[in-house]
Design a protein around this ligand. Structure first.
Ligand code: NIG
Ligand code: FE
Length: 441
């Protein structure tokens, strides 16, 4: 008995790579396409077999399946991996959008007490239940758009109490929802009002991190990554180094914001500290690119932010040519709010409501990466699957279709997989099924 049989897909996109064999640049062998393919997911949620439809039919002739999906005329892809999101917060920043359109920069708004500070104020006031409910809804929408593994950051608390509240909310979703989550402590997202950067750094190292260690040991909250916003006027290179090193010392993977608005040598620092990934990198130096390639430190590029803030694009092509592992993330946050809220019409039941949502987030990110960062569609798909899984330290189990990996899949109603990137907007009509551990979600 098995959980799922996908039969006779027009194209099945395997994506290459396991563990360290991530895909670095476009090439003939970069994406393996299987025509006329079938796939079996076992009761353990892992992929049992993948191959030609006839061969799978023979191999599983006497078997029973909890669910069979006829994929004729459709494409099967690995579930998408979103390597960077800030999805737990209260309040939105629509008023700041108008300010930005009128010419205010991200940092001007931040320094005037808005931006992250505004969100911190609202998130501190929100109840845990309220935060969980909006977060859950956001995760459902991300999943509807094909994301099956999502990195989720804290970072709108800054004080220990609210950071822990956010991390508990993330932990609760980890335990209760059918979606993969990699959680990130981002208490150094901004310097809290009334503190200097040095005081905030000391507080994190002396109070926050020991508490996280304790909660991990007691099994209450298991955080995966540590993040810092390494930026001029936020945390400088020295504070960033201290925080990241202290996080690494308690077993967290380093995964931080760097070289976004100003060249900070964040990439060089990350490579030196053994960071798993660095995000943004619009202002990375040539030396930083070389260092990241050598250190196998993934670059998580965020096309929505560069677009929203009209920043210069990160040098994706140069990174790819130099052998950097390029991944993608949606950076979903109140600054780059990339899916539209829908009004809850009373006649819609929950299922119809979910179907009616326009969930364009992550496929849109791949589209932007191709158009604005000049990545190929193969590169964008690898960046949004296997390389993003690598950035989270999960490429052994996620990010590609291979026997033994988790059965996380996306089925699109098109005979060519590229439609997932080519079409922008309206993905609810294109994505037929999203599958997590062999279960249609
Ligand atoms: O990745 N740059 C810092 N952090 C976020 C933005 C967070 C916010 O503005 O609320 C980012 O873009
Ligand atoms: Fe971010």
């Amino acid at each position: 008995r098995h959980r799922l049989l996908l039969e006779n897909a027009q194209q099945l996109v395997l994506v290459c790579g396991r563990g360290e064999e991530y895909l670095r640049r476009d090439g003939a062998a970069s994406l393996a396409l299987l025509p006329g393919a079938s796939l079996v997911v076992g009761l353990d949620g892992c992929i049992k077999a993948v191959g030609q439809a006839d061969a799978i039919r023979n191999q599983f002739s006497g078997a029973t399946f909890e669910r069979i999906i006829d994929c004729s005329g459709k494409c099967v892809l690995p579930g998408l991996v979103d390597a960077h999101t800030h999805p737990v917060w209260a309040g939105d920043r629509v008023h700041e959008f108008a300010m930005k359109l009128a010419g205010a920069s991200y940092m001007e708004i931040h320094q005037a007490g808005g931006g992250i500070h505004f969100t911190v104020e609202h998130t501190r006031k929100a109840s845990e239940e309220e935060l969980f409910n909006t977060f859950k809804h956001r995760l459902e929408r991300m999943r509807r758009a094909g994301s099956t593994l999502v990195e989720c950051k804290s970072g709108y608390g800054l004080n220990l109490e609210t950071e822990l509240k956010m991390l508990r909310v993330i932990e609760r979703a980890k335990q209760s929802m059918d979606i993969g989550i990699s959680s990130t402590y981002c208490g150094a997202h901004s310097v809290p009002r009334g503190k200097t950067a040095t005081e905030a750094t000391d507080d994190i190292i002396n109070n926050h991190l020991p508490k996280l260690k304790e909660l991990k040991l007691s099994g209450e909250i298991h955080v995966n990554n540590i993040d810092v916003f390494c930026e001029k006027g936020v945390f400088d290179l020295d504070s960033t180094r201290r925080i990241l090193q202290a996080g690494k010392d308690i077993g967290l993977q380093i995964n931080f914001h760097g070289d976004e608005l100003h060249p900070m040598k964040s990439a060089e620092l990350g490579a030196e500290l053994g960071a798993r990934a660095i995000s943004h990198l619009e202002e990375i130096s040539d030396e930083g690119i070389t260092a990241m390639a050598r250190a196998k430190c993934a670059a998580v590029l965020l096309p929505t932010t560069a677009y929203m803030l009209r920043l210069k694009q990160p040098p994706a092509r140069k990174m790819l040519e130099e052998g950097v592992i390029v991944a993608l993330g949606s950076d979903f946050n109140p600054n780059a709010y990339c899916f539209s809220m829908v009004s809850h019409s009373s006649y819609l039941n929950q299922h119809e409501l979910m179907k009616s949502l326009t969930c364009t987030t992550y496929p849109m990110v791949m589209h932007l990466a191709c158009v604005n960062m000049k990545m190929s569609m193969n590169e964008a798909l690898a960046a949004a699957t296997i390389n993003a899984a690598y950035a989270l330290g999960k490429s052994d189990t996620h990010g590609s279709i291979e026997t033994g990996k988790q059965g996380d899949l996306v089925i699109i109603n098109s005979s060519r997989w590229e439609h997932l990137i080519y079409q922008f907007g309206g993905h609810e009509a294109l994505i037929d099924y999203v599958i997590v551990k062999g279960k249609v979600v």
